[in-house]
Ligand binder design. Sequence first.
Ligand SMILES: C[S@@+](CC[C@H](N)C(=O)[O-])C[C@H]1O[C@@H](n2cnc3c(N)ncnc32)[C@H](O)[C@@H]1O
Length: 370
Amino acid sequence: MSNTNLNTQSVLSMKGEGYYSQKTIGAKNAIDKMELLIDQALKTIPKNDILKIADFGSADGGTSQQMWFNIIEKIKNSGDNRQIEILYTDLASNDFSVLFRMMQGMHGNSDFAYQKKFENVFVHGCGTGFHDQLMSDNSLSLGFSATAMHYVSERPCLIQNHVHMVGSNEDEKAQFKKQALKDWETILINRSKELVSGGRFICINFGIDEEGRHLGNTGGHNMFNNFAKHWKNLEKDGVITNEEFINATFTQHYRTIEEFRKPFDDPNSPVSKSGLILKSCKTMFTDCPFKVHYNNNKSSMTSREYAETLIPTMRSWSETVFKTALEKRKPEEINKIVDQFYNSYLEEVANKPDGHAMDYIHVVMDIEKV
Ligand SMILES: C[S@@+](CC[C@H](N)C(=O)[O-])C[C@H]1O[C@@H](n2cnc3c(N)ncnc32)[C@H](O)[C@@H]1O
């Protein structure tokens, strides 16, 4: 039996023990670009007694830590001495212990452990998914989320001949689109309940831009096609079964701008009626930092060294999907097969690196509760 309709919890945690933020500099670069927008939003959000902030789908907190440090430093320097509560949310399967250690300055770069540097800043964690309401009504001043809401709450179907909806057939794609729209409305309605009047929800989500580009598909090789190809090769070589090939279906949907806008464009939608408005919505390209580094250092760096930096960043967020597809096997066997899978992709990049990269495409939205 194929494991259809698996909910998100079991299949998508980031690799733990701090691996996620160590290998995901690109995600950090994208978040850092949001500082200005957040800074501007904070100037107009009503000044309630407590400034409550939430970072939805924060993983180990490492990628957003410097941005929050900078924001909090600016708030404090401006003479705003309100107490600040910052809630990190993720799935219960997330490695929260790294997150809490990071915030205490016991892991990662302790220079940005703002909880230790500034007074009256309180860090909390929440292990309930963002499709639910996570805070009391009218309590949240500023919600933020980066690179997390492309995860759908469940897989509406398994993809037969690919691993991701971007390469699925029309019928499969339509099922993912429907699920993603339902989830997006649920996410927004719950943020609307949490937000204070005048509060903001700023999010950057993976999506498909005006040119049809998306993560790992910005002109050169298509990363998801490569995942599918190397996974299929394991099936062809008899290493995995067809059922295991199919089970590796990412619980993700990359929405287009139109899909993100839909609940806002209809004045009678439950989202519009709840008081949410979309102040701005645009796409954002962020270069793959490993590609940039390689291009700048080609004289001293081999293509293999490039591959050895690129593949781990892909692995940091995708590994769980392939491991879960093999869940009926023994752990040693699973690790061996998954190593073989990423190594074959690594060899391809090492042999011919041109066009291989993981550039990021985000849709940036600034949402206000009026
Ligand atoms: C790619 S990571 C992004 C982490 C961080 N925000 C960043 O931008 O670097 C996606 C995160 O979203 C989390 N996530 C996925 N579905 C979620 C849900 N329903 N509720 C909360 N977190 C979720 C995952 O566990 C993971 O930590």
